[in-house]
Ligand binder design. Structure first.
Ligand code: SF4
Length: 394
């Protein structure tokens, strides 16, 4: 089975007002040390006599585009030497507008990156200022055109909706301007005001209120409409891919998560799911670097690196629940009954009989296809309340 590799780059120029991700601000000078630590953790995979096959590699953050090309060269070399990359391996980088200049983009492409995910968040300057993003609309335009000129044929744009001050019209305009840039892929997220963020403190002080749920639902429906009109296939709750002459432009790396397939995570705060173990690395940047610098001996494996702080076996019952919760996110595809049986030697209809009957009865799930292709998937109504559906399988 093909695997995926996630590499976490927890560095940012500063902390945005809504962000609770595992990242640091103002510590970019430590990036070369961090890259060396990553190389050490990646090389641990060499312990296996047969190399682990990879069909996707994803550098997420943080702001991975803050890392220098020479550091990426080292990290990618370690990956290529330690894993068996498929010929068409998807290699993605998350990038923030304003951090990716033309030469940098060309350098990334020359190193083998073939997908770039740009954290646009909004094309409205008022939104960007309120979210405390460091980039401007001009940066968005130059990033996308620069990526095209560098040779990227698979560009994703991340956008956020449901901002406390946003109305339907401003969301329509923000999304439409992004559509006009003609990326191959969109990831759209509704804003959640997370504890510990500046937005949360404003909310506590009564300065902002979370967006009205009905308006958020209207924004989501509007996005579905606009993106369908523009030729994008809505393939996952929050993700759309262009339908391009039969070329599959869905994010292969994220599909690995939704299909409940194995992935290895390296870096501070990275998580993995490998050999039926849920693995978590230390989130502390200094701790991560120190642990990797002190790593000696040859006893480490990808399921137990010096950075691992938690390793939990996922039993078959939990795996089956995960399969449903994750797989149902795939709107058209859903979860295949035959595939489920092949994986767990159990019938989905029998294991989740009560849940499936109830959700089908409520019009939130539907059975489609027959025989090999029989599968359960969300209805339109179910898509609108996806989280409630997924929680039924916990
Ligand atoms: S750039 Fe992204 S990861 Fe960094 S602080 Fe802003 S939202 Fe968080």
């Amino acid at each position: 089975m093909n695997h995926s590799l996630y590499v976490h780059i927890p560095f940012c120029k500063h902390r945005c007002h809504y962000c609770d991700f595992i990242t640091t601000a103002g510590r970019e000078s430590e990036l070369p040390l961090y890259a060396d630590a990553l190389v050490k953790e990646i090389r641990i995979a060499n312990q296996y006599t047969e190399k682990i096959p990879l069909h996707s590699i994803y550098f997420g953050g943080g702001t991975p585009s803050l890392m220098a090309l020479k550091d990426y060269e080292k990290v990618l070399e370690a990956i290529r030497q330690s894993y068996a990359l498929t010929e068409e391996c998807e290699i993605s980088l998350e990038a923030n507008p304003g951090t990716i200049q033309a030469d940098y983009l060309k350098g990334l492409h020359a190193l083998g990156f073939n997908r770039i995910s740009i954290g646009v968040q909004s094309t409205d300057s008022f939104d960007l200022a309120r979210l405390d993003r460091v980039h401007s609309i001009r940066d968005v335009l130059t990033s996308v055109s620069g990526a095209r000129r560098a040779g990227f044929r698979n560009i994703n744009l991340d956008l956020i909706f449901g901002l406390p001050w946003q109305d339907l019209e401003s969301w329509r305009n923000s999304l439409q301007r992004a559509i006009d840039l003609q990326p191959e892929h969109f990831s759209l997220y509704s804003l959640i005001i997370e504890e510990g963020t500046a937005l949360y403190r404003w909310h506590q002080r009564g300065l902002i209120e979370p967006q009205d749920q009905d308006l958020q639902a209207d924004m989501y429906e509007l996005a579905m409409e606009l993106l369908a009109e523009a030729g994008y296939q809505h393939y996952e709750i929050s993700n759309w891919a262009k339908e391009n002459d039969g070329v599959d432009l869905r994010c292969r790396h994220n599909l690995q998560y939704w299909l409940n397939d194995p992935y290895i995570g390296v870096g501070a705060g990275a998580q993995g799911y490998f050999e039926h173990l849920r693995l978590v690395n230390t989130p502390g940047l200094t701790d991560y670097i120190t642990r990797m610098q002190g790593a000696g001996g040859a006893d480490w494996t990808p399921t137990n690196t010096p950075a691992t702080i938690s390793s939990e076996f996922v039993d078959p019952e939990t795996r089956m629940m995960d399969e449903m919760m994750l797989g149902l996110r795939l709107i058209r595809q859903g979860v295949g009954a035959k595939n489920f049986h092949r994986r767990y030697n159990a019938s989905m209809e029998a294991v989740f009989e009560a849940e499936l009957n109830r959700l089908v009865g409520l019009g939130l799930l539907e059975w489609v296809g027959e025989g090999e292709s029989k599968r359960i998937r969300l209805t339109h109504r179910g898509t609108m309340v996806g989280n409630q559906v997924f929680m039924a399988f916990v």
